[in-house]
Design a protein around this ligand. Structure first.
Ligand code: DCP
Ligand code: CA
Length: 417
């Protein structure tokens, strides 16, 4: 099963929504922002107006420019509608402000032609929401994102594995995700302009130049990408859901699946160095009735146990009818970068008493212990496949649900990544 990632990105997002709300703006130069431009219509970009351009400068560049103050809650409604269309085709999806990554690995039988599905999603977004999006398909997140960026606006492009090298070789370094203006300038001083020139630098020298992002760039200029595309990207949500092999009312099976999905979502979250504040659960009954609810954790966490405890509470509260379930799903939201525990771990001494252990005592050290356990689980799973360790409530799935290297073979197969 070759990985297949779809990246969708809304075109001139804020500006396009404003044109939709006020059709007199359609086709005109429009900028949304206060102080500086946050989003510029493609017509405004012809005048050199970009995100970050001070509004005063933008007015000079284009006296006919219409400037609109932003309406964040309205933009959120639009992106949610677009994401929910994407979700119909892709059970594993990570969303950001106006972009989403859909992991299609394992959906080959369902969708043999990814380009046709991406075209269908684009068509539905245009017809049902009224906005244009650009879509890119690739073997990993980086290629998917570069594909969509390269075909903007209102485009669709797939980069096949055999086309990757031609795509990358002569690409200016600035087009590689993770290379901003400052990094580009550094490379220019070294006379490095293209991706293949960047490959001449060893991992060590890239790391010495740029720190951790240097190691990422060492991968990316070779077409590999094991990390989130850019530091700026903190997902809005990470969701994992699946239908059951057959509709079920068996509590062990349902909670076992919920545990497994929670673990998978949390594993993805930890790989991105994040912790979540909210967790939501969704169920769908045999008769297609859906229920969902979200709850807030007392504090952000990365721990499977804390997330699952709350998720199970939500499940028990919303699964009120004695009717079999067809689907269960979990969603993590309210992310922030994981600083606390990581810092505590850094200062830890071998006997387990770290900086601050005296103050917060037992709680901190048990959080640390679980976090350390999860770190080793994550790394074993990274190396030997997800199924190398089965824990917690997922044990209930053993023997009833088939497993492969990627994990339990769920009915919605793209989840088994
Ligand atoms: N945004 C912002 N400030 C920035 C950059 C972006 O507030 N410096 C907001 C406004 C954008 C939205 O985020 O509409 C998405 O950012 P993009 O970089 O994707 O820009 P657009 O969607 O506007 O344009 P594009 O068609 O290039 O994706
Ligand atoms: Ca965009």
């Amino acid at each position: 099963m070759a990985p297949c990632i779809l990246h969708v990105d809304m075109d001139a997002f804020f500006a396009s929504v404003e044109s939709l709300r006020n059709p007199r703006l359609t086709g005109k130069p429009v900028a949304v922002g206060s102080g500086v431009v946050a989003s510029a219509s493609y017509e405004a970009r012809k005048y050199g107006i970009r995100a970050g351009t001070p509004l005063r400068k933008a007015r000079e560049l284009c006296p006919a420019l219409t400037i609109v103050t932003g309406h964040a809650p309205i933009y959120r409604c639009f992106s949610e509608r677009i994401f929910s269309i994407c979700e119909e085709y892709s059970p594993a999806i990570e969303t950001f402000l106006d972009e989403a990554y859909c992991d299609w690995r394992g959906t080959e039988r369902l969708y043999p032609d990814p380009v046709a599905i991406a075209a269908e999603i684009r068509g539905r977004v245009r017809d049902e929401v009224g906005l244009t999006i650009s879509a890119g398909i690739g073997r990993n997140r980086m290629f998917a994102k570069m594909a969509s960026k390269s075909i903007k606006p209102d485009g669709l492009r797939r980069i096949l594995p055999e086309e990757e090298e031609d795509f990358l070789r002569d690409l200016p370094v600035s087009r590689l995700p993770g290379v901003g203006p400052k990094t580009e300038e550094l490379f220019r001083k070294l006379n490095i302009r293209t991706v293949s020139e960047m490959r001449l630098l060893s991992r060590e020298s890239l790391q010495a130049m740029l720190g951790i992002p240097g190691a990422l760039l060492h991968e990316r200029c070779r077409g590999e990408d094991t990390q989130p595309v850019s530091e700026r990207e903190v997902p809005r949500s990470i969701r994992r859901e699946t239908s059951f092999h057959s509709d079920t009312i068996d509590r062990e099976a349902i909670e076992g699946t919920l545990y497994y999905l929670t673990e998978r979502a949390a594993n993805t979250m930890r790989r991105q160095g994040l912790e979540a504040r909210h967790i939501g659960v969704k169920i769908r009954y045999t008769d297609s009735v859906e229920e969902s609810a979200t709850r807030k954790l007392p504090q952000s966490t990365q721990l499977d146990s804390e997330l699952f405890e709350l998720a199970r509470g939500i499940l028990r509260a919303i699964h009120a009818r004695r009717v079999a379930l067809r689907l269960v799903g979990v969603v993590l939201t309210g992310f922030r970068r994981d600083l606390g525990v990581r810092q505590a771990l850094l200062f830890e001494t071998p006997d387990g008493a770290g900086a601050g252990a005296g103050m917060a005592g037992r709680v901190v050290s048990s959080v640390r212990r679980e976090r350390r356990l999860l770190d080793s689980l994550d790394s074993i799973r990274g190396r030997y496949g997800y199924s190398s360790v089965v824990c917690g409530k997922s044990l209930h799935l053993l023997g009833t649900v088939e497993q492969d290297d990627h994990g339990f073979v769920l009915r919605t197969s793209s989840l088994t990544k």
